[in-house]
Design a protein around this ligand. Sequence first.
Ligand code: IP8
Length: 272
Amino acid sequence: MKNKAVYIIKLGGSVISDKNKPFSFNYDVVYKLIEEIKKSNAYCIIIHGGGSFGHPVAKKFDIVNGINPEIENQILGFAETHKVMIELNLKIAEVFSKQQIPAISLQSSAIFYLNPDLEFYGLKRIENLLNLGVIPMLYGDIILDSTNNFTILSGDKIIYSICNSIKKAKETTISVKKVIFLTDQDGIFTMDNESEKILVENLSADEIPNLQLSKFDSKIDVTRSIKGKLEEIGQICKLGIKVQLVNGFKENYLTKSLKDEKIPSTTIFQKK
Ligand code: IP8
């Protein structure tokens, strides 16, 4: 079977929802992005984050730190976190369906397990879906954990894990062309002064630990700050895969990214 070069696209929580409004879904923005994906005809794997669905619930019950009998109704909150992620995922699935694009969700908590390292059982399923012309869709979720019973699995970790499995697979029909993180910014900014912030257009993964970042709002994110996110991105780059941070609110930026056309964005790569 022919090798498929796929784009892995993360629909960031700040793009698909308003992080300041619980359970808000940015339908129009998601519609436009999915339209751009359709027009590109590219092979894609979609991953989405928790936004104002998963994060506030996970935060309320401190799911990321595992089981804690002192937290009232925590197990209910654990199930609730998963439920709201399914609801968010369904909203996105409906947008795909509305545009007549076949997309099928793989429930992350069923195909990942923390034991104590992250185990992933989904590569064959992703390949099968791609071979059928279906877009596989995964999402940040709760995850069972052999040490702390449970925690939160971020979309970023899912992406790293998929990339790593593809790289390590002895036989696979897919390779990763690029990982695109759609966020509410043009990319990474250095310096903390609004009027003077500077977009970093190209960044080597080795430079990540020493970056002097502009301030970043991560109020309801239970899984990471931008620093943590960049560390994950650095790991993806170390696999030899290019990562681009793209503004999901700007029209046709995704289209241009999928065509490798220049846009204001941050591209992160591993120097050879
Ligand atoms: O937004 C977190 O995924 P992320 C998912 O990719 C939950 O970090 C359940 C909060």
